[in-house]
Design a protein around this ligand. Sequence first.
Ligand code: FUL
Length: 527
Amino acid sequence: MSASENQFSFTRVALKKEGASKCKFLPVTLSLILSCLVLSLAATATPTPPPEPFGPIPTERQLRWHEMEFYGFLHFTVNTFTDREWGNGDEDEKAFAPIAFDADQIVSAAKAAGMKGLILTAKHHDGFCLWPSQYTEHSVKNSLWQNGKGDVVKEISRACRRQGLKFGVYLSPWDRNHKDYARPEYITYYRNQLRELLTHYGDIFCVWFDGANGGDGFYGGAREKRTIDNRTYYDWDNTRRIVRELMPLAVMFSDAGPDTRWVGNERGIAGDPCWATLNAAGRYPGGDSKDLNSGNRPGTDWIPAECDVSIRPGWFYHAREDARVKTPAQLLDIYYQSVGRGACLNLNLPPDRRGRIHENDIQSLREFRRILDATFAHNLARGARLTASNVRGDAKQFAPGNVLDDKRDTYWATDDNVTAPNLILNLRQPVTFNVVSLREYLPLGQRIEAFALDSWQDGQWVEFAAGTSIGNHRLVRGGNLTTSKLRLRITRAPVCPALAELGLFAEPPRSPEQPPAPAARPGGAKQ
Ligand code: FUL
C-alpha cells in the first residue's frame, strides 16, 4: 500500500470540490442532510489504534530525563584544594577554602553551554559534606568559608532554579572519613544524609550513586583497609525506596540503574549500538560493567545510558590541567557519540579554587555551543514532500509529516505487519548537509533495530549510511552530501516502527582550533 501526507491533503481537496459542485444543484436541505450524514459517519468511524508498545518502556521520570540530553557534573570538595582526585578522609575541614565562590557564575557557564541541569558532588569518597549536615562535623560548617555558615548545596541548587536548570546530587556511598564505614551503622548515616538532601533543597532530578569502593581510608582514625560486599552491604532496595518516596520524579543513576545506567567508561562514549534496554537482574552498583556500553537487546528493563566525562583529564580542578581542557572539536565528538547514540551526556565542569568555572573551560564550552547552535538552527528537511511506503491505517495521526513537526509526541507509524518500510523526502531542490537526526517515539519502546539512508545521485539511490539503534536520538554525522532526495529505509524491526523526528543539518565550516588561553587564575590559586 502506498500513501503520503500529500495524498492525504489531495483527498481532502478533492472531497471539498465535490461537495461544492453538488451544492450548486441540490436544494439546501438535501445538502444539509448529506453533510450531517457525512459528519456522523466520520464520527462513528473507528479511529486507527496506535501500535502496541514493544518490550520495556520508559517511565515518566525517564522520559523527562531523556528530554534533557545534556547536563553537567560539578566535582568540588576538599580535593580541589589538596590537589587530589580521591581524598583519604582525613582532610582538615579548613582545607575547603574557596576565595571567590560564585554559584551564579558556575551555573551560568553550564547554562551557556546548553546544559539542562547540574549534579553536584554533595559528598565525594573523602566524606566531606558540602552542606552543613546535622549528622557529621566533617562538613562546610567547620571550614572558614563564610565563617562556617556556608552551604554549597543550597547555593548551587538555588542558582540552578534561578537560571532554569534542574539540580541533582551525587552522594558517594563509599566514605573514607566515617568511623562506621563497612558496619551497619553507616547505612543509617548514609540514609539520613540522603533524606537531608532530598528534603532541604527543592526538586532533585537525579540521585547519582557511584559504584567506586576502594578500601583504604581514614575511617575516624582507624586508617585501615575496609572492604564491603557491594551486592549486600548497602541494601540498595531500601535506600532506593527513600528516593522514590521523597522524590518520585528523580532518576537514580548507578551501574545497575534502576533508572539510568553508567555507560561503562569515563570517556563519555556510548556504544554503537547503544540500546536503552538492559537485563538488570543480578546487577548492582560497582558490579560487572560488561554490556553497559551497548545495553542488551531486546532487554528486560528500560535503563538508558548516561555518558559521564570530564572537560579536563581529572574530575577535580588542578591548575596543572589548565591547558588540557578538551577542545570544542573534542567536545563535539563526545556529543555525537553520546547524545547522538541515544544516551545523555553528563559533562563535568570542576570549579577551581576560587569557586568558579575557569576561563579556559568557558572558552571551550562557548565555541562548542556556538557550533551546535549553528548546526541545529535549521532543519534542512523542513518543507520536504514526504512519501512513505506505508502509513498506519492511512490515518493522519500516523502520517509521515509528523517527523518534520519538531514534536517528540507525534510520529509516523506503519501497519502492524509492515516492519521494513521506507520514507522518501523530496527536498524540492539540492540540499547540502552532513548530519542526519532521527528519534523514535519512546513511549512505545525501542522498536527499530537497523536502518539505512540513501541519497539520490545521478538518477539512482545510493546508500550513504547505515546504523542500528535509534531510541531517543541518533545523529548520523559524516562529510558534506548534496542531494535533492533522501530515503530512509528501516531494515530491521521486530514490530512496526514509530519514528518521531527526522532532520537534516549542516555543521558550519570549522574555524582553526584556538589554543587555550593562558592559565590566568585571578585570585592566584597556587598549587
Ligand atoms: C568515579 C569516582 O571514583 C570519580 O572520582 C568520579 O566521581 C567519577 C564520576 O566516578 O567512580
